[in-house]
Design a protein around this ligand. Structure first.
Ligand SMILES: NC(=O)c1ccc[n+]([C@@H]2O[C@H](COP(=O)([O-])OP(=O)(O)OC[C@H]3O[C@@H](n4cnc5c(N)ncnc54)[C@H](OP(=O)(O)O)[C@@H]3O)[C@@H](O)[C@H]2O)c1
Length: 321
């Protein structure tokens, strides 16, 4: 089959459009004919092998274990493993696999849900990793109707879903982004949008019950000044470079948390069928939209990853097969 392939960790431009063996499915897997595949920061980390610590987490120490990269996937089931009863050939599905940048991908059935008929494959492929991170991050922050919520990085992959889901939860949402993304963030339903390149977003005046931080790596001290006295900060992550990837901020937050009234939290998101189904229901009902900025042909996966990495994407980037 045609696929994006690599032999070593390296920059996205080194990804090649080549061939790979069609995957063999296990008893609990589904073979999906890929129609669209999503791009997110997680893919960049697994393509580059950075920070190096992730290579020790089972992805391959010297070279990537999976020759074909890619996680988010939407497509059509062509075969199912012996234990799989939820799907059959012909079903349209979306979810999270481990080598989705190819014509076919073997995906654990538990990481897939049915794609709503009224949702295009390109939209469905833009959802899994980023929207799960947003949903689970807001849950970590115990978002409530009527709360004042600040989403930092509101124009990015996770942030653009977080704004919509927080609005749907009945919160009063402020989105933080750069100038080029302000109209986009407003279009997601944010009640207020602040451009961090033009104004001081943490000024000691505005206070929030919940801050979801997806970009900028601001100091904890600064973020706490923007929280109410019992407010909650949820650290999603930040692209800061270096081997630590800003992890020290999360460690300090964890150590400090028991001694202060504010809540400082972090988490690792993951596929969970109930959450994927909740997102599918939101998409079907139109209470959530997949903000697809741009699609690229699968053969141009390297360029697509770099486009996201350069901060150009308003929302999500998707590959089409
Ligand atoms: N904890 C978890 O389980 C989990 C799950 C998924 C992702 N993550 C991490 O969360 C982070 C966000 O992921 P993503 O996919 O949403 O990335 P993304 O699509 O690149 O979005 C990040 C956003 O941050 C904004 N940003 C950059 N510098 C900023 C600054 N100084 N102030 C405010 N905003 C700034 C960028 O927008 P502008 O152009 O407007 O600056 C960008 O839109 C990544 O580090 C990712 O690895 C963690």
């Amino acid at each position: 089959m045609k696929a994006i392939v690599r032999e070593t960790y390296g920059p996205p431009e080194e990804l090649q459009w080549g061939t790979a063996d069609e995957p063999v499915i296990g008893d609990d897997d589904v073979l999906v004919q890929v129609v669209a595949a999503g791009v997110d920061q997680g893919v960049w980390h697994l393509v580059t092998g950075l920070p190096r610590a992730i290579r020790l987490a089972g992805f391959g120490v010297r070279k990537p274990k999976n020759a074909v990269p890619g996680m988010d996937v939407a497509g059509v089931v062509t075969a199912v493993g012996a234990h799989v009863t939820r799907f059959r050939a012909g079903d349209e599905v979306f979810g999270i696999g481990s080598s989705s940048y190819a014509e076919y991908a073997a995906v654990p059935a538990k990481n897939l849900v049915a794609k709503p008929a009224n949702v295009p494959f390109t939209d469905a492929a833009a959802v899994p990793n980023s929207a799960l991170a947003a949903l689970q991050g807001l849950r970590k922050g115990d978002v409530q109707a009527g709360q004042r919520v600040l989403v930092i990085g509101a124009g990015g992959g996770v942030g653009s879903y977080a704004v919509q889901l927080a609005v749907a939860a009945g919160a009063d949402v402020t989105g933080i982004c750069s100038t080029a993304k302000t109209d986009f963030v407003r279009s997601l339903g944010a009640d207020d949008v602040l451009d961090y390149t033009r104004e001081q977003i943490i000024d000691g005046g505005r206070r929030y019950d919940l801050i979801l931080d997806t970009g900028g790596n601001r100091k904890l001290r600064e973020l706490r000044r923007a929280l109410t006295s019992a407010g909650t900060l949820v650290i999603v992550g930040a692209e800061v470079g270096g081997w630590r990837q800003g992890i020290e901020r999360q460690l300090v937050a964890m150590l400090l948390n028991p001694f202060i009234r504010q809540n400082l939290r972090s988490y690792v998101s993951g596929p969970n069928p109930a959450d994927l189904q909740a997102l599918a229901d939101h998409l079907a009902a139109g209470t959530l939209r997949a903000p697809v900025d741009r699609t690229f042909p699968l053969a141009e996966a390297g360029a697509a990853i770099q486009y996201m990495r350069d901060g150009k994407a308003k929302g999500k980037v998707v590959l089409t097969v």
